[in-house]
Design a protein around this ligand. Structure first.
Ligand SMILES: [Zn+2]
Ligand SMILES: [Zn+2]
Length: 95
């Protein structure tokens, strides 16, 4: 994860929280939790951030529109990952 987004996620209002977390099942606007749901995580799960990035930003690297998965050589990136440039784009949109 690039430093920029990491810093950004520590900020109080992480816009990624606008979507639910596919990893721990946290609902939109609720923080991520550990699988036991006993502990709240300060930083959302990476897959949640990717899900949010996919939802709000086009990808300058692979030219997909919001909602579409990033791909490389005709295959979707593993685990719903997104290109770093798309993350940067999403942060711009949210700013
Ligand atoms: Zn989560
Ligand atoms: Zn992409």
């Amino acid at each position: 994860m690039p430093d920029g987004i990491r810093r950004y996620l520590r900020a109080k209002k992480a816009p990624a929280l606008g979507v639910g977390c596919p990893h721990c099942g946290a609902h939109a606007h609720r923080p991520c939790t550990t699988p036991s749901k006993r502990h709240v995580l300060v930083v959302p799960h990476a897959v949640r951030v990717s899900a949010w990035v996919r939802l709000v930003a086009c990808c300058p690297a692979c030219q997909v529109t919001p909602g579409v998965e990033c791909h490389s050589d005709g295959r979707a990136l593993p685990d719903g990952a997104v290109h770093a440039r798309r993350e940067a784009e999403a942060l711009e949109v949210a700013a």
